[in-house]
Design a protein around this ligand. Structure first.
Ligand code: ZN
Length: 254
């Protein structure tokens, strides 16, 4: 094990000593169909007894995916935008639900995403909106609850729990993929140092520890190094102060 894992263990021991609990959740993005990688994800979730919120691209989702997810106690379907299509101008960061298109059009797509996945997943669908690339125009937020969404999930510590009337934000905080470099595992020391920093901030009260700490993965992109990192990390956290969080529509509504 590396220095980073040792530092994580030291931090987790402090949590345990102080009797603190870490709500912990897992989001995995971009599912459309069953695949060997999805089976591997489900196996890992089952082994860890850790549910995965699977962000599914509605336009392309297949009935076969619905069959696979419905059979699993560990895969929880949520809505990943509509088509995972970038509409941002060339110079801007990728975004499907940005402010460059008419709001009526983006709202129609957010609604179509929910409707399509309700058709496929029925009452198992969790009304969480996960905008592709974790970006969404703030102008859209007041309207999402009206479409029947209860939760929004992007990336980075949330600024507030209730982001709009009827809408609770639950973000992700740790993404192990080096998207702009190797597309394999990011530098492990850096990744773990960042995590320890987040945990320390939560333990000492400078960051919101009511927001479940979110691991963000993309099963279709994983190589062995990423799978290994995720497994080691989840096992470490669950052996310590982490408690799996799963969204529950009834509890989340305000
Ligand atoms: Zn995505």
């Amino acid at each position: 094990m590396t220095q980073g894992w040792d530092a994580l263990d030291t931090e987790l021991a402090l949590w345990t000593e102080q009797g603190l609990h870490l709500p912990f959740w897992w989001r995995d993005d971009d599912a459309v169909a069953p695949s060997p990688a999805l089976t591997r994800l489900e196996d890992l979730a089952a082994r860890m007894e850790m549910p995965v919120h699977l962000a599914i691209i509605p336009r392309d989702a297949t009935p076969e995916l619905a069959a696979k997810v419905t059979q699993s106690a560990h895969l929880l379907p949520v809505v990943h935008g509509w088509a995972h299509k970038n509409h941002a101008p060339a110079a801007q960061k990728k975004c499907e639900f940005g402010s460059t298109r008419p709001i009526d059009l983006t709202l129609e797509e957010a609604e179509a995403g929910l409707t399509r996945l309700k058709e496929l997943f029925g009452p198992r669908l969790i009304p969480m909106f996960v905008p592709p690339w974790n970006r969404v125009s703030s102008a859209l937020l007041p309207w999402l609850a009206g479409l029947d969404y209860a939760m929004l999930s992007t990336y980075g510590p949330r600024k507030r729990e209730h982001i709009a009337p009827g809408l609770t934000q639950i973000n992700t905080h740790l993404d192990p993929i080096d998207w702009h470099g190797s597309r394999s595992l990011r530098d492990e020391e850096e990744l773990l140092a960042g995590l320890v920093e987040i945990l320390r901030a939560r333990r000492t009260g400078s960051q919101d520890n009511d927001e479940p700490l979110g691991l963000l993965t993309h099963h279709l992109e994983h190589d062995d190094a990423i799978w290994r990192f995720c497994e080691t990390l989840i096992a470490r956290l669950l052996a310590g102060p982490a408690q799996p969080w799963r969204s529950n529509d009834k509890d989340m509504r305000i």
